[in-house]
Design a protein around this ligand. Sequence first.
Ligand code: OOB
Length: 543
Amino acid sequence: MLANCPTWPEEWSAQYRAKGLWQGQTLGDMLAERALKHGNRTAVVSGASRYSYADLDQQTNKLASGFLQLGIKPEDRVVVQLPNRVEFFTVIFALFRIGAIPVFALPLHRQSEIQYLCEWSEAVAYVIPDHEAGFDYRVLAQDMKSKVPSLQHVCVAGDPGLFQSLASIADMQSESDPNWPHVKASDVAFLQLSGGSTGLPKLIPRTHDDYMYSFRRSNEICGLNEESVYLAALPVAHNFPLSSPGVLGTLYAGGKIVLAARPSPDDAFPLIAQEGVTITALVPPLALIWMEAASARKDDLSSLQVLQVGGAKFSEEAARRVEPVLGCKLQQVYGMAEGLVNYTRLDDPEDVIVRTQGRPMSDWDEIRIVDEEDNEVPVGEVGELLTRGPYTIRGYYRAEAHNAKAFTADGFYRTGDLVKVNEAGYIVVEGRAKDQINRGGDKIAAEEVENHLLSHPGVFDAALVSMPDTFLGERSCAFIIPRGQQTLSAAELKSYLRTRGLASYKIPDRIQFVETFPQTNVGKVSKKALREVFLTTVTNGSL
Ligand code: OOB
C-alpha cells in the first residue's frame, strides 16, 4: 500500500469484502477480463477511429511493457493530463497493470497546478497530448522537466517533439515476455484531485476495490448494460464522467464509449445521432446550452435515454425543462471525488428528480447532517453533510494535519456542503461551509487564488468570494486592498495571475478594490459580509 494514505480499519475492510462490495479485482484485470468476454465489440469511438475491447487490451499490454522498460515501477506516480482521446484509456490501464499510480490532472491545468501535482506526488513521469485546444503541452512539460527533479520521463500522445511518444513506448521490443508486477485490489489505484478549499488541492487515494464497487453500483442504478452507449462530453479524468458510472462503468458493462473532443452541441449532437448515444453527463451550464441548442437544431437525439446533471446545483426550473426539450430522463448526480455519490433514481417521481440531488447510491453509505458543534440536526433542517462508507476515503494522501480537520475521529469525511435530507433520505444541497467557489462545476479553492494574489507586491490583502450568476451558478470576485498608494488595475492583476500559470477558470471574473474588509466578531475576514457588499453595490448599480 502506498505510504501516507490513511485507509479503512481492518474490521471495516473485512466486512466490505465479506458482503461482496469489494471483490478483489484490480482495474487492470477488469479490462483483460472484459477483452476476453467482449473481444470484438467496440469499446471506444474517437473521431474516425474505433477500438474494440481486444484492441484496447493489446495496446494496454504493449504500453505497460514499454513503461516497465522505461523503468516505471509499482507505486511510482505518473501525472496524466490527457483530454478525451483513446490514449487516456491505454495509459491509465497500462499504469494500473504495472501497479504504477496515475495522478489525474485536468486538461485546463497549467504550470501552477501541474508543478504542484508533480512535486507533491514526486512523479517520475508526466503524460500529455502534443497540443490541444490551441495549447502546446510540450512547452509546459519542458518547463516542468527543468523544475521538478523527480520527473524523468515525458510521454506524449501524438507528435513528441523533444520527448518520447506513447507509440514509441508501446513499440519498445522486450527480450522476453513482461513479468507483470503483482497488484493487489486493496492497493491505491490512482490519485484524484480534490476541489479543495485550503491553499493547495489535496490528493485523493482511491483503491481498485473501492472504485470498482462505486461504478459497479452506479451501473445498477443507471441501468448500464452491453447496449449502453456513453458519450464522454466532460473531461474524462474527472470523477463524474470517469465513474458515475461514466467511462469505467461503461467498460465494465461491455458498452460503447464515444469520446467528444468538446462538449458543445456542435460536437456532441452529431455524435449522439451517429453512434446512438443512450446516456451522457453534463454540468449545469452545459445542460442549459444543450437545451437552448436542441430547440434550434435538427439533430436526431432520440437515442438519448438519460441525461445526468451534476457537479453543481441544477435549478429546479432548468431541471423541469430537460425531459420536454431533450426527450430523455434527467438524473441528478451529487457526488465528490472523495467518494460519496448520490443519484436520483430513474423511476423516481418527477418532483423528486427536479427538486433533489438524489440519495446515496449504496445502503452502506452512512450520512450525518450536523451543526457547527457536530451535533446531528433534526430531519429536514440544514447542516453540514458528513459521510463514511465503502468507497469514501478515510484521508488524503500526505496530509496528516489536514486530515485531522477534514475527517472526524470515527472516519467521517466532512464534505463542507450544507444540505438538508428529507424523510425519504433524499438530499437537497443548500450551500457550502467550505471556502470554495463552484464555477459551473469547476471548483476554485479561495485560499489558493488568494495566495497567488498576495504574492503581487501591490496587494496588501485579498479575499476571493462567490457571486451569484444565472448561467454558471457562481462566478468569482476578488476583493483587493492595495498596498499603500499603489495604483493597480484589475486587468494588470488578472494578467499577473495568468503569468503565474493558473488555470483560466481560477482567474477572478471580477476584481474589486476596497479599503478594508468587513470582519467577523472574532476578527476574521467576513466573506459573508463581502458577498453582501457585492450584492448591495450591484443592485445599487455602483459596480
Ligand atoms: C463532483 O466532484 P468534485 O470533487 O469535483 O466536487 C464535489 C463538490 C461537492 O462537495 C459539492 O460541493 C459539489 O461539488 N457538487 C454539487 C453537485 N455535485 C457536486 N453541488 C450541488 N449539486 C450537485 N449535484 O462534482 C462530482 C463527482 C462525482 C459525480 C458527480 C459530481
